[in-house]
Design a protein around this ligand. Structure first.
Ligand code: UZR
Ligand code: MG
Length: 224
């Protein structure tokens, strides 16, 4: 039975490069590490039609099923497999089928609000915030949504101004204060190399975590 020994959270705005950082630090590590996109925990919207789903605010904390994320993370932390939901961005909805996910030594939880929920934050050993300028992020967003995913450009712009930007400022940016480390400009190769070494060592069985899980903030509080 595998009990995860190291859990990393990666937060940051849409288009900041969270997925890229997560991929790069796990690329050469093999099967002892998994990535959990918090996108998998977007609420099930099967009762709405496509036009209604297109209108939803996907950048607000209430778009996610936090209880399910917490429950499944807790199961994994105790060495049990979970039936994880999967998300389909094309239809803005959860897929009908779930995927069986077994616990691994290292878990990387990645998403715009990875550092938002207090209970989830307590489960993380290392909290990262990827900080990338808003102009770079919107350009990437246009590339991904309008060019790669074939969405309408005006729709991408409207969504950015009506929800992505205000929610970023209200909910995502403030979670930076929960971070242990801030990574400038996403796939910053020095940061990625340091993190990769850490993950590699953890997977090879060296105990690299010398602090107690969730202890960081308490320690800071004790000192103040
Ligand atoms: P990342 N998102 C969608 O566009 N459609 C969905 O059904 C679910 C999410 C977008 C969401 C958010 N919102 O900014 C982004 N908008 O996915 C988060 N607008 O994903 O961190 O990979 O950019
Ligand atoms: Mg991503």
């Amino acid at each position: 039975m595998t009990i995860p020994s190291f859990v990393i959270g990666i937060a940051g705005g849409s288009g900041a490069g969270k997925t890229t950082v997560a991929r790069l630090i796990t690329e050469n590590v093999g099967e002892s590490v998994m990535r959990i996109p918090i996108d998998n925990y977007y609420k099930d919207r099967s009762h709405l039609d496509m036009a209604e789903r297109e209108q939803l605010n996907y950048d607000h904390p209430s778009a996610f099923e936090w209880e399910l994320l917490y429950e499944q993370l807790s199961e994994l932390m105790e060495g049990r497999a979970v039936e994880m939901p999967q998300y389909d961005f094309e239809i803005h909805n959860r897929k009908p089928e779930r995927e069986t996910v077994e616990p691994t030594d290292v878990i990387i939880l990645e998403g715009i609000l990875a550092l938002y929920d207090e209970d989830v934050n307590e489960m993380l050993d290392l909290r990262l915030y990827v900080e990338t300028d808003a102009d770079v992020r919107i350009l990437r967003r246009i590339q991904r949504d309008a060019i790669d995913r074939g969405r309408d450009l005006q729709g991408v712009i409207d969504q950015y101004l009506s929800t992505v930007k205000p929610m970023h400022e209200q909910f995502i940016e403030p979670t930076k204060k929960h971070a242990d480390l801030i990574i400038p400009e996403g796939a910053n190769s020095v940061a990625v190399t340091l993190l990769e070494e850490k993950v590699q060592a953890e997977v090879e069985g060296e105990e690299t975590r010398t602090w107690e899980r969730g202890a960081i903030e308490r320690e800071v509080q004790d000192r103040t």
